[in-house]
Design a protein around this ligand. Structure first.
Ligand code: ZN
Length: 233
C-alpha cells in the first residue's frame, strides 16, 4: 500500500533543513511524501541574488522549492500563500481549517511538523505547530494515525523522549546537499547551519530526529521504532 505522509511547514526550505533524509527514504520505499507550505517565504533575504521585490522572491522561492522537491521525491506541494511572518496574526481557526483540509484531501496517515519551539523559535513555525496539534488532537483529520515533531536531539530531554526515531544520512547526505543548494536565495542561512555546500562532506550532515507524540489517540507512546511506518493499520 502506498502510504501518504504529510509534511506541514511554514516556508519553502523548512522541509529540506529538517527532513531531507526522511523524505528521500519514504519516496525510495514507495511511499507518497506530500508537502504543505503555508507562506511563499518572500519577506526575507535573497542571499547573493541581490535586490528583489517580494513578488520576485515569491516566484523564485516557488521554483527553488519545486527543484528541491524533485530531488527529495516530494510528489505534490500545496501552497497556501499566506503572509510570510504573519501566520500568528491570521485567524487560527482558519489556519487550522487549511491544515485539516490538506490532511483530509490527501488521506494523510503520518504527519511531520515543527516541535513546540518551532526549532528556531520563528513565530510562523510555532503557529504551524499549534495548528497541526489542534487538527490532529481534535480528530479533525481521521486518516491520520501518527504525528511526529521534527526535533533537534540537542534540544530534547532524551530520557522522556521515549519514541525518538533517528535517521542518519547514509548515502543521502548528497541528496540533502543538493536539495539545500536548490534553495539558492536562502544560502546564507544554509551556510550558517551546514557550511559551504561546495566544501562539505558527509560529516556536516547530522542525523534527523523525529519524536512520535501521538499515535491513534495515545499521547507520547513509549516505543522503539525503526520506521515511521511501524504499526500503521
Ligand atoms: Zn521556516
Amino acid at each position: 500500500m502506498k502510504r501518504n505522509v504529510g509534511f506541514v511547514y511554514a516556508h519553502p526550505d523548512d522541509e529540506t533543513f529538517g527532513c531531507s533524509f526522511l523524505i528521500r527514504q519514504i519516496a525510495d520505499e514507495g511511499g507518497n511524501p506530500v508537502l504543505l507550505t503555508a507562506t511563499p517565504g518572500n519577506a526575507g533575504k535573497t542571499g547573493r541574488l541581490g535586490a528583489m521585490t517580494q513578488e520576485e522572491l515569491a516566484e523564485k522561492r516557488r521554483i527553488e522549492l519545486q527543484q528541491a522537491a524533485d530531488i527529495l521525491g516530494i510528489t505534490e506541494i500545496v501552497h497556501l500563500d499566506m503572509g510570510d511572518g504573519k501566520l500568528k496574526e491570521v485567524d487560527q481557526d482558519v489556519l487550522a481549517a487549511y491544515v485539516a483540509d490538506f490532511l483530509r484531501s490527501h488521506q494523510i496517515e503520518v504527519v511531520i511538523t515543527f516541535p513546540e519551539d518551532g526549532i528556531s523559535g520563528h513565530a510562523d513555525h510555532i503557529a504551524i505547530h499549534q495548528a497541526v496539534n489542534k487538527v490532529v488532537f481534535g480528530g479533525q483529520a481521521p486518516s491520520v494515525q501518527k504525528l511526529y515533531y521534527n526535533c533537534l536531539r540537542s534540544k530534547i530531554d532524551v530520557d522522556s523522549a521515549a519514541s525518538l526515531l533517528s535517521i542518519s544520512a547514509g548515502e543521502n547526505w548528497q541528496v540533502k546537499r543538493d536539495a539545500l543548494a536548490a534553495h539558492e536565495s536562502q544560502i546564507w542561512s544554509i551556510e550558517r547551519v551546514f557550511g559551504d555546500l561546495q566544501q562539505v562532506g558527509p560529516e556536516s550532515f547530522d542525523e534527523e530526529c523525529f519524536l512520535l507524540v501521538w499515535e491513534r489517540g495515545v499521547y507520547n507512546p513509549n516505543k522503539q521504532e525503526k520506521s515511521i511506518f511501524d504499526d500503521l493499520v
